[in-house]
Design a protein around this ligand. Structure first.
Ligand code: HAM
Length: 437
């Protein structure tokens, strides 16, 4: 009979792999707590409408969706952002501002599989609601950096490309483009890295031949990599919105410098983000070598709460994916070996001694120490081999002789020293051994 295969793009986690994933989640959680974010969770299955138009065409086309037995159109969540908004919206008046929340959860997108991209993956999401100023971006870019640096990654390993949809719109307005043309141009900018000149095809189809000066201006804006370059590119334009926006850039970059994070952040207007809801600053994290797809992405989405029918509330956030991230850690040799050896291994003579050992094992385990023992009777030789291979520090030997004498033999598996301990003192002995090691 044929065995069942996992669906393409879905992952199984054997214990070693799950230990690695848990390690990643643990350090992400630690970073979020250090930044004062509170953890939440939400349903994995949502009404399909939540993602229609809100997430954007690309994600809509990738949804795992179906009609449930009650005739509802539903979808497995492809991202957290449209889900966290109603959570905030329902209790908005009761929540203390700013609302700083994070989650670690599983998402589903029917994507073409490639390195670092699957159909089921995990994201760490962090979002701030209720703060309209760049203080929220500062906090989130700080947290994003911490989430990566916590593993030993440095500015040699990754960087954050910072861009701004508002700045693009104001700049294109200053170049004389109306709203429809500006939107089409931003779509072209989004595709330019991948497609080169072909990225402008749709713009040309819609609006006719592309003015060479306009194209030159757009491409030179794309090549900007620092604040001074940005300032001089915008100097010729006297649009007030542009000047004010540039000031926000200065303040954000000054904050990040003051946090010591300047070296991680690069001005790069090539990032405009495919998702439909972003409104202002947007950012993405990449590996420095440029070998992997995005590690993380996010930005400001001040209108999404309103679009979902709640009172408007400014919001910014980002998500890190676990797949590219795990690849980067592996490439840099930063994946720790995560074996969790027992502290104690019990070597047991036979059925009678087993019943004697169980009480001690139970007591030691209840105090939080890891204890292992063979489930079935085994020769002593095999048990000592298993004890040594397990990585335990202590072996407790429950042989018939020891039991008859009312003792347990305790062997230090490091220096191989042995001592006999009265049965009633075994637990205290183990505890004092580990408090000294
Ligand atoms: P996103 O750019 O679609 O943003 O995803 C964020 C990260 O999730 C990506 O950089 C990538 O690491 C990971 N990711 C996305 N799709 C896949 C996939 N098919 N396989 C593996 N990893 C993937 C968002 O999802 C926004 N909701 C982030 C956000 C939060 N914006 C504001 N708050």
């Amino acid at each position: 009979m044929a065995t069942f295969q996992t669906l393409p793009g879905f992952r199984e986690f054997y214990p070693d792999a799950l230990a690695q994933r848990n390690h990643i989640f643990r350090l992400w959680r630690q970073a979020a707590h250090a930044y004062g974010f509170a953890e939440y969770d939400a349903p994995v299955l949502e009404p399909l409408d939540l993602y229609r138009t809100k997430s954007g065409d690309e994600i809509e086309a990738q949804l795992f969706s179906f009609t449930d037995k009650g005739g509802r159109e539903v979808a497995l969540r492809p991202e957290m952002t449209p889900t966290v908004c109603p959570l905030v919206g329902e209790k908005v008046n009761a929540l203390k501002r700013p609302i700083k929340w994070f989650s670690i959860a599983e998402f589903y997108r029917y994507e073409r599989m490639q390195k670092g991209r699957g159909r089921c993956f995990n994201q760490f999401n962090a979002d701030i609601f209720g703060e309209a100023g760049i203080e929220a971006e500062t906090e989130l870019i700080g947290l994003l950096t911490q989430c990566l640096c916590g593993f030993g990654l440095t500015d040699q390993d990754f960087y954050i490309r910072l861009s701004d949809r508002n700045l693009w719109f104001y700049y294109l307005e200053a170049l004389g483009l109306d709203e429809a043309r500006s939107r089409a141009m931003l779509t072209a900018v989004d595709r330019y890295e991948k497609l080169g000149d072909d990225a402008f095809k749709d713009y040309r189809t819609q609006f006719g031949e592309l003015d060479p000066t306009l194209k030159e201006n757009v491409l030179s804006f794309l090549s900007i990599r620092s604040l001074p370059e940005l300032e001089s590119a915008l100097a010729p334009y006297a649009l007030e919105k542009l000047t004010a926006r540039l000031d926000e850039w200065r303040r954000l970059l000054t904050n990040l410098q003051a946090m010591g994070l300047g070296r991680f952040v690069e001005v790069d207007l090539g990032v405009v983000r495919g998702l439909a809801y972003y409104t202002g600053f947007v950012f993405e994290a990449f590996d420095r070598k440029g070998e992997l797809r995005a590690l993380a992405g996010g930005g400001r989405y001040d209108n999404l709460m309103g679009k979902l029918g709640y009172a408007d509330l400014p919001a910014v956030g980002f998500a890190i994916g676990d797949m590219t991230f795990a690849l980067l850690l592996e490439q840099r040799g930063l994946t720790p070996s995560l074996v969790h050896p027992p502290d104690v291994y019990a070597v047991i003579g036979g059925a009678k001694e087993r019943l004697e050992a169980f009480g001690d094992i139970q007591q030691i385990r209840s105090a939080g120490y890891r204890v292992d023992y063979p489930l079935k009777d085994l020769a002593f030789g095999k048990q000592f081999k298993a004890a040594a291979e397990s990585g335990a520090k202590l072996a407790l030997i429950y042989g018939s002789e020891e039991i008859a004498k009312g003792v347990v033999k305790v062997r230090d598996l490091g220096d191989r020293s042995e001592q006999e301990v009265p049965r009633a003192q075994v637990f205290d002995h183990v505890r004092s051994y580990f408090s000294g090691h």
